[in-house]
Design a protein around this ligand. Structure first.
Ligand code: PEP
Ligand code: MG
Length: 751
């Protein structure tokens, strides 16, 4: 077969069919007939994917018509299933003899030997399969495969945009871009949000897919690539950005991609098949994404994000779109991932929630979302490609459910849930001024975690006893430049003034790992979670700690200053940092500068090795706070920022509880002041176990103070202590179910 009239003519015919006013089925029927004749094929069929990954024959020219809507294949079943599963073209001269061939008598495909099937792809997802078949045994030429792929792409895009089919007639095939979709992810910040999608990396809308003039399109493509390259070159020389280390590497990798000849050539080839420059960029990007997804390599996946970004920039060069978007009053941001600074850029007034593809529970974007009180769900694979700007969306940060384009009943159900939450909050507010005392009379201290100025009103609203963890690095991370001494002093003073009589524990800069400053020179490390972090940086670069301490001393004039040192690994490290603090205090005294009445210095217990040094540590530390996020991540050898493994262990594993029990006992034997400020403290079931282990001070996100207090007031501490003690001896992967059953039996409130 030689393409009858070539792909460009075929695309033109496609466009005519699209413009016709007929039913969806008739258009599909016409389409297969036009493709068959243009490609001189005896058979042309379209299979579309329905829910449950079933591929259904939707139209055919050449097979039995009676098979339409009757022949169905599962993904991976038959050659059509193979195309859908692998997302690759299958080109065979003798299809019936292939082991994947699945014979379907109702189709009457017996006489057809050669088979060419290509996936119908959009946004990195396979929506169906387009097939041509011939009686004669032959392998289809490369240009024929290319031509069929181009047709499949146009078909996917047009159908997905809803401009081709009257979708209602098609009984909900998977392909409909406007159909409701439910995603199940991990709820990382509680709350229910009902609003509309704002794409963090908006998909550039391509209106024109089929070219009028190929030479003109090629010229447009070349010009756009030229300007893209220029703008990336510009990034590297820009003195404003002053890129070094990892930042520079990223942009250099970008630059390599921008100059990649293979990429350019693939886009040029796509233009030659009759697509517009924009459609060609999309097509090549879809293919790249699919290839990377199949390889499943996390590093390549990251690179693919870079490539996505580059393709988006190229599309913007072509369409002239700026990429800036206006936020509606009920915006819910959808993105692959996002940094904490980017989240703050959106501001709190208009944002209702977040739906991300891959952020881990203890990632900084999650921590900031919690502190902003924004519901966040992550691990939502494919949502960024599926969502369109302005789509209705529901995000439930508690159950991890996200509904895209939900029917009205779903919206109503979630509105109701939101209402119930408001009522629950009213109940929490009612106990705000009541003490956190267990049924058997033990008082628990409930502190809150904070890091930004807008956290401060929560101190009063939540009824917290003080701030148990103030993450000072957040203020450094959101700025464009390193805050100067005077700015730092003013900031800490604002925080202390807002706290009034309540204590504030300032943690010194906890940088490194996943926390990098946008403006600092950072050397790339193989293993940043185990690398140059927190107190290690402070001891190697003492100026950073010294200036921060100086600011804290000045800000705490006339009050007690509490300083907490992060990621301490051994007592000597703590002592050296403490000596630096003492020197600063002495300096302030000699210079007769304003200073606190008292300085208390504590250590974060995040490195498991330190758990065995508490008797010695307690001699020099005024207090110790368990950072369970890092402690357990390091104890289980799991990178907490890597969503692939972050959930592999449960905090309520017998080993975690045994480790924490050891710490509590050791601290008590040495009369140490111990608290816990990791995310566990804010989860009622986890917190119940922690109290059972002997902890009496917990610091958590402010929104959780109410629920935790409810739990405490319904708890008998004696009972839970002996129960948790017994649980430590078990071998379960997680003790969650047993603890929940215990709570249910005794009417302990966990909501
Ligand atoms: C922790 O590790 O538990 C902790 C509170 O510190 P961060 O989450 O800021 O690392
Ligand atoms: Mg930590």
């Amino acid at each position: 077969m030689s393409p009858g009239g070539g792909p460009r003519l075929l695309l033109r015919r496609l466009r005519e069919i699209m413009a016709e006013q007929t039913s969806a089925q008739m258009r599909l029927d016409k389409l297969v007939s036009v493709i068959a004749s243009n490609m001189v094929a005896e058979v042309c069929s379209i299979y579309l994917r329905r829910a449950g990954k079933v591929l259904e024959l939707f139209a055919t020219e050449g097979l039995n018509r009676a098979a339409v809507h009757n022949t169905r294949l599962k993904e991976g079943e038959g050659l059509v299933g193979l195309v859908a599963e692998t997302a690759e073209a299958v080109n065979l001269s003798d299809a019936p003899s292939d082991p994947h061939f699945s014979y379907r008598p109702e189709t009457g495909e017996d006489p057809f030997k050669s088979f060419l099937g290509v996936p119908i792809v959009r946004g990195g997802q396979v929506f169906g399969v387009l097939v041509v078949q011939n009686k004669a045994e032959r392998i289809y030429a490369e240009e024929e495969v290319e031509a069929l792929q181009t047709v499949a792409m146009v078909l996917a895009e047009v159908v997905a945009q809803g401009g081709f089919f009257n979708v209602a007639e098609l009984d909900e095939p998977e392909l409909r871009a406007d159909r409701p979709r439910k995603f199940m992810g991990d709820g990382l910040s509680e709350g229910v949000a009902v609003g509309h999608v704002v794409l963090h990396e908006p998909r550039v809308k391509v209106d024109r897919m089929i070219a009028d003039d190929a030479a003109q399109e090629l010229k447009r493509l070349e010009e756009a690539i030229g300007s893209l390259r220029q703008s990336v070159d510009q990034m590297l020389v820009s003195s404003e950005l002053d890129l070094t280390g990892e930042g520079r590497e990223v942009i250099e990798a970008y630059r390599l991609f921008a100059y990649d000849q293979g990429w350019r050539q693939r886009m040029r080839d796509a233009v030659r098949t009759g697509l517009t420059a924009e459609a060609s960029v999309e097509r090549v990007q879809d293919e790249t994404r699919l290839r990377v997804q199949r390889l499943g390599d996390p590093i390549l996946r990251e690179r693919a994000h870079d490539f996505d970004d580059l393709a988006r920039r190229l599309l913007r060069h072509l369409t002239g779109e700026s990429g800036q978007q206006a936020l509606s009053r009920d915006a819910i941001v959808v993105a692959r991932n996002m940094g904490p600074a980017e989240l703050l850029d959106y501001g709190r007034e208009k944002l209702l929630g977040l739906a991300l593809e891959d952020a881990a529970a203890t990632s900084h974007v999650a921590i900031v979302a919690r502190s902003m009180g924004l519901p966040l769900v992550s691990s939502l694979e494919g949502i960024a490609d599926n969502a369109r700007a302005g789509d209705a969306i529901v995000v439930d940060g508690e159950s991890g459910e996200v509904h895209l384009r939900p029917p009205v009943e779903i919206v109503a159900a979630f509105e109701e849930k939101r209402g119930l939450r408001v009522q629950a909050q009213a109940r929490f507010a009612a106990i705000r001024d009541m003490p956190a005392i267990t049924k058997d009379g033990v008082a628990i201290k409930l502190m809150m975690n904070a890091g930004l100025e807008f956290d401060m009103p929560h101190l009063k609203e939540s009824g917290a006893d003080g701030i148990g963890l103030f993450r000072t690095e957040l203020q450094f991370m959101i700025g464009e430049t390193m805050p100067r001494l005077a700015d730092q002093t003013a900031f800490y003073k604002t925080i202390l003034d807002a706290a009034g009589d309540k204590p504030v524990v300032f943690r010194t800069l906890d940088l490194g790992g996943d926390k990098v400053l946008p403006y600092a020179r950072w050397e790339r490390e193989e293993n940043p979670a185990l690398g140059w972090r927190a107190i290690r940086i402070a001891l190697d670069r003492p100026a950073l700690l010294r200036y921060q301490v100086r600011a804290l001393l000045a800000a705490s004039h006339g009050r007690t200053l509490r300083i907490l040192l992060p990621m301490v690994s051994d007592v000597d490290e703590f002592n050296r940092a403490r000596a630096m603090i003492d020197r600063e205090l002495e300096r302030a005294r000699l210079l007769n500068q304003t200073r606190p009445t008292q300085v208390l210095v504590g250590a974060m217990l995040e490195v498991p090795a330190l758990a065995f040094m508490l008797p010695q540590l307690m001699r020099s530390a005024d207090f110790v706070s368990i950072g369970s996020n890092d402690l357990l991540s390091l104890a289980f050898a799991v990178d907490r920022t890597n969503p692939r493994v972050a959930r592999r262990y449960d905090n309520l594993n017998p080993a975690s509880l045994t480790l924490i029990r050891l710490i509590v006992q050791s601290a008590a034997e040495n009369s140490g002041d111990l608290s816990l400020c990791g995310e566990m403290a804010g989860r009622p079931l986890d917190a119940m176990a922690l109290l059972g282990l002997g902890l009496r001070t917990l610091s958590m996100q402010p929104g959780q103070i109410g629920p935790i207090k409810m739990m405490i007031r319904s708890l008998n501490l004696g009972e839970i202590s002996s129960f948790v003690d017994r649980l430590c001896g078990r071998t379960d992967h997680s003790l969650r179910t047993r603890l929940a059953a215990f709570a249910a039996e005794r009417g302990i409130v966990l909501k």
